[in-house]
Design a protein around this ligand. Structure first.
Ligand SMILES: [Zn+2]
Length: 243
């Protein structure tokens, strides 16, 4: 399960075709994923070329990070925070559960809707059952908290400072509040419920770690800086159709 959907996704979503950016995201993802209890999986990491801030995981180890996430992160540990979380959804088989509820639906298109604004267009609404789609990408609050807690441990195990999870969420929350639910961060909040509670939970986990242990963990690397420079040179992401 997952492989077929991944094929659908790559034909229905605008994938970012840039070796340097993809290599960095893949190398960071492998570093985190290989040390989890599902290190045996054949993990795949890909970047979707959209400004919408979101990420998604399919069963079997397929993780998608939108370009909007890369653009909103300020250091490696912030990106690792998002990836550690998505990896944990795979480890905990949350998306298998979700797909079983979604039998017969066009999974590729559902994910396209979840990750981009494409289903907001009236044209697409006539083709897609947006109601069913809405059910698809949303994990429960409980799933989200579990993925945060596991993701936090995934990052620490890989030697990465989990403070990035906190600073990234805080930044998204501030931006979302400023945009009033209309910006590129809106779909993140729709798909990842309970952000304020999750921030508190991450703060609790951080407070349980000693300052000296935290200081030993990595926050940034050169690859991240090169990836960001490369990203800034690429043509802008295509605008998803909106109303
Ligand atoms: Zn999640």
């Amino acid at each position: 399960m997952g492989q077929q959907e991944a094929q659908q996704v790559s034909t229905q979503l605008p994938m970012l075709q840039d070796a340097e950016v993809n290599n960095y995201v893949n190398q960071l993802g492998q570093r985190i994923a290989k040390l989890t209890s599902r290190g045996d999986l054949d993990w795949h990491f890909a970047v979707v070329n959209t400004d919408v801030v979101n990420a998604f995981a399919l069963p079997g180890g397929y993780v998608y990070v939108n370009r909007g996430v890369l653009e909103h992160t300020s250091n490696m540990s912030e990106l690792a925070g998002v990836m550690g979380h998505e990896i944990e959804h795979v480890v905990l088989r949350h998306s298998v559960k979700q797909m079983e509820q979604q039998q017969g639906a066009n999974v590729g298109l559902s994910i396209a809707c979840a990750l981009t604004n494409v289903c907001n267009s009236q044209v697409t609404q006539t083709v897609v059952n947006v109601g069913a789609t809405a059910v698809f990408a949303r994990f429960s609050r409980e799933d989200e908290v579990q993925a945060d807690e596991g993701g936090f441990q995934n990052d620490v195990r890989a030697g990465i400072n989990p403070t990035g999870m906190l600073t990234f969420f805080q930044k998204l929350l501030a931006e979302e509040q400023a945009a009033g639910g209309t910006g590129n961060t809106a779909s993140w909040f729709a798909d990842h419920p309970g952000t304020t509670d999750r921030i508190a939970d991450i703060q609790r986990m951080l407070s349980q770690m000693s300052k000296s242990d935290l200081a030993k963990l990595q926050t940034d690397d050169q690859g991240f800086e090169s990836m960001k420079r490369r990203l800034a040179q690429l043509p802008a992401a295509p605008k998803a159709a909106t109303k």
